[in-house]
Design a protein around this ligand. Structure first.
Ligand code: NAI
Length: 358
């Protein structure tokens, strides 16, 4: 296996953690600590093989670095995956073994929740490790990060609306939300409150039923049909890699803006959307609210402070669109430039010698 050829894909450090007695098999990937300690959630997922787990953690940790940089946080980017089925394999011993591996990194990596882990798991990991956020309110944590993630996506969507239709309003617009889990269903609340009409799709019919029970005015369709409908905004809020070549070719929306991480199936999709005249609000720019929420909790959570910071996603998204337009590049590329610039400019300061630093 060509470990360095893949892992050296500009990552600083990749750690393989094994504790056979508890069944722990985890990979922690640290893409960058240039702006501060790497922060990113732990995904507990039944990957079909180790290669798939490694590929996922490398992609996700890079995105976290770019997300933190664009959100103006003094944090680097990292992510971790635990290979296994959270329903069957998650035990106290496994989580605590994992916590000891995080602790051994001495603060280079902070963890939080992701797919397959929740705030209660973070509380268990924290019994072995001080570098954990996204904890329950009982332990001073910020609770479910989906709250500010959905809020931030809405701010990004307003910026996209302003760019395309001249006003930062979704009133009267038709929005297709793909995935109505923790983030998607909260986003729907914001959209309905603003006067948008909403059509949803989810592979889990119970998730759709829950939304429609609460909001009978919401329409639902099959997952494959959603992108083909006439709508103003397509909002991917399920898994990554949803924006494929075939999907973009049938997409009717003028704007793509959603919470899912790593939405582009490959980097060329950014240009394809641009060429088709569809405005893409880069995923890691608009979904940074959750990161902002758990980052705030590291030093004691303040909801108003975190919400205030998440509301800046509106201005950041605007800046991305302005740069993209000014330079004639797709918006994903414009966001990368902003993140790279901040990592370069602020990261450079670390090279100024300070007496307290080794
Ligand atoms: P979730 O697991 O609560 O909800 C995901 C929903 O998508 C579920 O209802 C699931 O049935 C549905 N789904 C799965 N595959 C699907 C498919 N192929 N087509 C349509 N629906 C499908 O997850 P959550 O927390 O709502 O996150 C949604 C996305 O946002 C994920 O990609 C996540 O990585 C990303 N995200 C979440 C953040 C958070 O704070 N929760 C922060 C930043 C990003």
């Amino acid at each position: 296996m060509n470990v360095f050829g893949r892992a050296a894909d500009h990552h600083e450090q990749v750690v393989f953690c094994s504790d056979p007695a508890s069944g722990l098999r985890a990979i922690i990937a640290i893409y960058s600590t240039v702006l501060g300690p790497a922060l990113g959630g732990t995904r507990f997922y039944p990957y079909p093989n180790e290669d798939a787990a490694l590929a996922d953690v490398l992609n996700l940790s890079r995105a976290m670095a770019y997300k933190a940089a664009c959100a103006g946080l003094d944090l680097g980017g990292g992510k971790a995956v635990i290979i296994g089925d959270p329903q069957k394999d998650k035990t106290e011993a496994l989580l605590r073994a994992y916590g000891r591996f995080i602790q051994s990194l001495g603060g280079r990596y902070y963890t939080a929740c992701d797919v397959g882990t929740d705030v209660q798991d973070m509380d268990i990991i924290a019994r072995e490790c001080q570098f954990v956020t996204g904890r329950s309110a009982a332990y001073g944590g910020s609770g479910d990060s989906a709250v500010l993630t959905a809020f931030g996506v809405m701010e990004g969507m307003r910026a996209a609306a302003e760019h395309v239709w001249g006003k930062p309003e979704l009133n009267g617009r038709r929005v297709g939300v793909c995935g109505v889990g923790k983030v998607g269903r909260r986003l729907i609340e914001h959209l309905l409150a603003e006067g948008a009409s909403v059509v949803v799709a989810d592979t889990d019919s119970a998730a759709v039923d829950r939304v429609r029970d609460q909001h009978p005015e919401v329409e639902s369709v099959a997952v494959d049909d959603l992108p083909t409908l006439a709508m103003d905004v397509f909002s991917p809020c399920a898994l990554g890699a949803v924006l494929t070549d075939p999907l973009v070719h049938v997409l009717q929306a003028q704007v793509v803006c959603g919470a899912a991480n790593n939405q582009l199936a490959h980097p060329g999709i950014d240009k394809l959307l641009h060429d088709r005249g569809i405005l893409y609000a880069p995923d890691y720019v608009v979904n940074a609210g959750g990161l902002i929420q758990v980052a705030d909790a590291i030093d004691g959570f303040s909801e108003p402070r975190a919400r205030g910071r998440a509301s800046q996603i509106f201005d950041t998204t605007r800046l991305v669109f302005a740069l993209a337009e000014g330079e004639g590049v797709p918006s994903g590329q414009a966001a990368d430039r902003i993140a790279d610039q901040r990592m370069g400019e602020i990261g450079r300061l670390r090279s100024l010698w300070l007496p307290s630093r080794p």
